[in-house]
Design a protein around this ligand. Structure first.
Ligand code: UDP
Ligand code: MG
Length: 231
């Protein structure tokens, strides 16, 4: 895998030199052509059901599913990764890992899939969670077609997460981390959804009730945007 740019693990600041992808402030062309590569984001608070609904979407719509959180956890556990400890600390604390790491992991995963000649439609789960990531990704990797936003009250998400925590083994599925993730979501991630909404690129779906209820709403709303199942 191409090297991830050096990041100072103490400050989380990206270095000035030699990032493996150009920075957003420079005038760059996206790595992938949006007329050939389709990117949908799926966002929502922690426990809103992004992963669960993604499984259905992959089955019916033929997307390649990429979860930013899963990619980060994989990198965290990868032997020899110089970002392992930093990722661990950020995740436990419910904070957003410096974007260069996450964007590079996503870009590499997309490149691998495209090289394999399999899928060119991507469902990117749990990303972008911060404005800088959104801008950087769309400028340097690929502009998104739209964003699915799973809208769910905190008390419902809390219940789901505490339940998941019994078996997930995730370091952040405990009450203290969950509260921090809720804050991060409201303060840092909602502005991204609001910005996409202004661009009329958000498909908002109420994410309470059963898995099937939510999925039915989702299919209905995707159809309104002319996005249909492939089989
Ligand atoms: N995370 C991050 N950047 C991202 C996505 C996730 O730093 O773009 C980190 C963040 O600390 C987050 C954690 O990974 O709280 C777990 O993300 P995941 O999407 O797995 O959580 P979920 O929303 O599914 O509960
Ligand atoms: Mg998830």
């Amino acid at each position: 895998m191409p090297a991830i740019p050096q990041i100072d693990p103490t400050s989380g600041a990206a270095p000035e030199v030699q990032p493996s992808i150009p920075l957003a402030s420079t005038n760059v062309t996206p790595a992938f052509d949006p007329s050939k590569v389709t990117v949908l984001f799926i966002l929502g608070g922690p426990g809103a059901g992004k992963g669960t609904q993604s499984i259905h979407l992959v089955q019916d719509y033929g997307f390649k599913h990429l979860s930013a959180g899963d990619l980060l956890r994989e990198e965290q556990d990868r032997e020899g990764s110089e970002y392992g400890q930093m990722i661990k600390d950020y995740i436990k604390d419910g904070k957003i890992v410096p974007m260069e790491v996450t964007v590079t992991l996503l870009k590499n995963a997309m490149q691998r899939e495209l090289d394999s000649g399999k899928k060119s439609r991507f469902l990117i789960d749990g990303f972008p969670r911060k404005m800088d990531q959104a801008v950087f990704f769309e400028q340097s990797v690929c502009p998104s077609k739209c964003t699915i936003f799973l809208d769910c009250p905190e008390e419902v998400m809390l219940k789901r997460l505490l339940n998941r925590g019994k078996t997930s083994g995730r370091s952040d599925d405990n009450e203290e981390s969950i509260k921090k993730r809720f804050r991060t979501f409201v303060d840092t991630s909602m502005p991204v959804v609001d910005q996409f909404e202004k661009e009329d690129k958000v498909i908002k779906v109420l994410a309470t009730g059963s898995e099937n209820d939510v999925y039915e709403r989702l299919v209905e709303n995707l159809a309104k945007r002319d996005i249909h199942p492939v089989k």
